[in-house]
Design a protein around this ligand. Structure first.
Ligand SMILES: Cc1cc2nc3c(=O)[nH]c(=O)nc-3n(C[C@H](O)[C@H](O)[C@H](O)COP(=O)(O)O)c2cc1C
Length: 328
């Protein structure tokens, strides 16, 4: 049965390391449809991190913890030491984080080797200890959420992980509906999420393979979730959240034309030039084009043209070329 409260669907912009930084969060949340964002993971390994690290991952902390369009940005932490995670979460909260998210899903080998991210899925009791310690050290007014996968190699421990997490007073739990071994390969196993929606004492957020409004409708029906986290789909189609919201209200706005997306790319390049060293301003544009090309054929053609450009001025000229809007 599909949930249909008036707020349905709630949409969260996913954390994506190396991709979804404050510039991208600003651009995507300005288009609309999102209730909140989550930062790229902040690695907690041995120390209480200084303020500048939190500000680097979440510059929004200097402006009330929200994007310029007012969408709250939760700070995501990744680590395996309960006391250290708690101390860093408390610091993030003191710096104004509107919420703390805990990463138990990262599949990167370097992270997993030091018992971080998805590696923790093999030790549900340690996940519980980390969540409990963080919850106890962060003021009650600041929500604490967690993000998991279905398991490490298999789904065998999924219910055990849920049972452990059900004992902690989290605000919400995001589940990427794949194991670590399944990586990012389709399909996402949305049916597994229904176990969580039935069992957990707090809301479950569905994540994985949500590329279109109809994916959200199907995922809601299969999982029982009314909240969804958009990751790669949000980059492939910048207006995805607005399109999903419109679809469910019967007022679907016209899809973003390629020309509108091209304008976003030009702004994106300018913002990257202003924020980072000139040398690093061009690669994020190429990276975004790689995502965009799955939705816009024009982005694929443009990527082939610009892939060897390293100079921001040349990149700007290529992005502004008028022929682009007529192509494909
Ligand atoms: C390049 C990349 C970076 C990611 N970085 C993070 C991260 O920092 N924290 C996290 O919890 N998940 C991270 N993820 C996982 C996504 O948030 C999401 O769970 C996953 O992509 C599945 O959703 P999708 O199928 O809609 O893309 C990352 C995924 C990708 C592709």
């Amino acid at each position: 049965m599909s949930p249909t409260p008036s707020s349905f669907p709630r949409l969260i912009l996913a954390p994506m390391e190396g991709v979804l930084d404050a510039i991208m969060r600003d651009q995507l949340t300005a288009i609309g449809g999102y209730e909140r964002c989550v930062t790229e993971f902040v690695r907690v390994s041995q120390t209480l991190l200084p303020r500048r690290v939190f500000h680097r991952y979440a510059p929004e902390l200097k402006h009330g913890g929200v994007t310029p369009s007012g969408v709250p940005v939760f700070v995501q932490l990744l680590g395996s030491d309960p006391a250290l995670m708690a101390a860093n979460a408390a610091r993030a909260a003191t710096l104004g984080a509107p919420g703390i998210d805990l990463n138990f899903g990262c599949p990167a080998k370097t992270v997993n080797r030091s018992q971080g991210g998805a590696a923790l899925l093999r030790t549900p009791l340690l996940i519980r200890s980390i969540c409990q310690a963080v919850r106890e050290h962060v003021p009650n007014t600041v929500p604490v959420t967690a993000k998991i996968r279905l398991g490490y190699d298999t789904e065998d421990q999924f219910e055990e992980i849920l049972d452990a997490l059900a004992q902690v007073e989290l605000s919400e739990l995001t589940i990427h509906a794949r194991t670590r071994r399944q990586g990012y390969r389709p399909p996402a196993h949305w049916h597994q999420l229904s176990k969580a929606t039935q069992k957990m004492p707090y809301p479950v957020i569905a994540n994985g393979e949500l590329w279109s409004p109809s994916d959200v409708t199907r995922c809601a029906a299969i999982s029982g979730c009314d909240t969804f986290m958009l990751a790669r789909g949000a980059l492939c189609r910048p207006d995805l959240a607005a399109a999903i919201q419109g679809h469910h209200r019967g007022i679907a706005p016209p899809a973003f034309a390629w020309q509108q997306t091209q304008e976003l790319l030009i702004q994106f390049l300018e913002r990257n030039q202003q924020t980072y060293d000139e040398r690093y301003a061009v690669n994020p544009v190429k990276q975004w084009l790689m995502y965009l090309r799955t939705y816009y054929p024009q982005a694929g053609a443009l990527f082939n043209e610009v892939k060897r450009i390293n100079d921001p001025t040349q990149m700007a000229q290529a992005l502004m070329a008028p022929s682009r809007s007529e192509a494909a």
